[in-house]
Write a protein that binds this ligand. Structure first.
Ligand code: HPA
Length: 263
């Protein structure tokens, strides 16, 4: 089985409702096994990966990011559309709205962020000037139906989790220039770039972050807001997949040329 497009579903997106002919598949990689679903949208073959597992049993810091991205590479994936549940750092971005990510600030602590671990594998200092594929981001913006409330860019602060942030942390992230906060985009986006895969991410704002909201945060609130607005996200992903082609006219496929292609 080969597929050129993948959807990585985050919190609240465990089923590829936009796909037909679904089949389950396990891919073995040197980093571990990955369970996936494959399906179709029109004539295109698409892989679906539930980042936290199909029952949300894997917390952000225990996700096997390298196995996931390597499994997609092994299937021939060239473009990934990821979803992410996020908290908002400002009143300008409200729960239920979507954000196309264009930058990140990494506040994770103990995650392996590379396939290139020295020795025979080499060393790679991957460029992150445009961490999210700008061409893919533009496609997301271009195909988004006017009925969907979409912010065309946003800086994602990635925390280690699984705990939510303190209001003092959120205040600091805001001063740094962050717009939204989540726990999973790093190192996923970095690893995709290392393997030459275009990676675009659509964040769904599920709550105001700690301290912006006066109320304590709960995972239940995140999941409920996600469920209320998931039709928008699924509709947008469907439009994107219908319109995507396999051409990579961006710099993503040559980003690893300094160190050689491991994929
Ligand atoms: N913080 C971190 N991750 C999140 C949040 C949040 O407020 N909401 C959804 N994912």
């Amino acid at each position: 089985m080969k597929a050129e497009f993948a959807v990585i579903g985050g919190t609240g997106v465990y089923n590829p409702r936009m796909l037909t002919d679904l089949q389950e598949l396990t891919i073995d990689t040197q980093y571990g096994e990955v369970s996936l679903k494959t399906g179709r949208i029109k004539e295109k073959k698409v892989v679906f990966l539930a980042r936290h597992g199909s029952k949300h049993s894997v917390p952000p810091h225990q996700i096997n990011y390298r196995a996931n991205i390597m499994a997609l590479k092994k299937l021939g994936v060239k473009k990934i559309i990821a979803t992410a549940a996020v908290g908002s750092l400002s009143e300008k971005m409200a729960p239920g709205q979507l954000v196309v990510l264009d930058q990140f600030i990494d506040f994770t602590k103990g995650r392996t962020q590379t396939f290139y671990e020295g020795g025979e594998k080499g060393v790679l200092h991957i460029d992150m000037t445009h961490p999210y594929c700008p061409e893919l981001a533009q496609t997301i913006i271009d195909v988004c139906p006017p009925t969907i409330d979409l912010h065309q860019k946003g800086t994602y602060v990635c925390t280690e989790g699984p705990r939510f942030e303190t209001p003092a942390e959120i205040k600091m992230f805001k001063m740094w220039g962050g717009d939204i906060v989540g726990m999973t985009s790093v190192p996923e986006v970095v690893l995709a770039r290392e393997l030459g895969i275009c990676y675009g991410s659509i964040a769904m704002i599920t709550n105001y972050a700690a301290g912006i909201s006066a109320l304590p945060l709960t995972h239940k609130e995140v999941v409920e807001t996600m469920a209320l607005n998931t039709h928008n996200l699924q509709a947008l992903i469907m439009e994107i997949l219908i319109n995507l082609d396999t051409r990579q006219e961006c710099l993503c496929p040559i980003a690893n040329q300094e160190a050689g292609n491991l994929g």
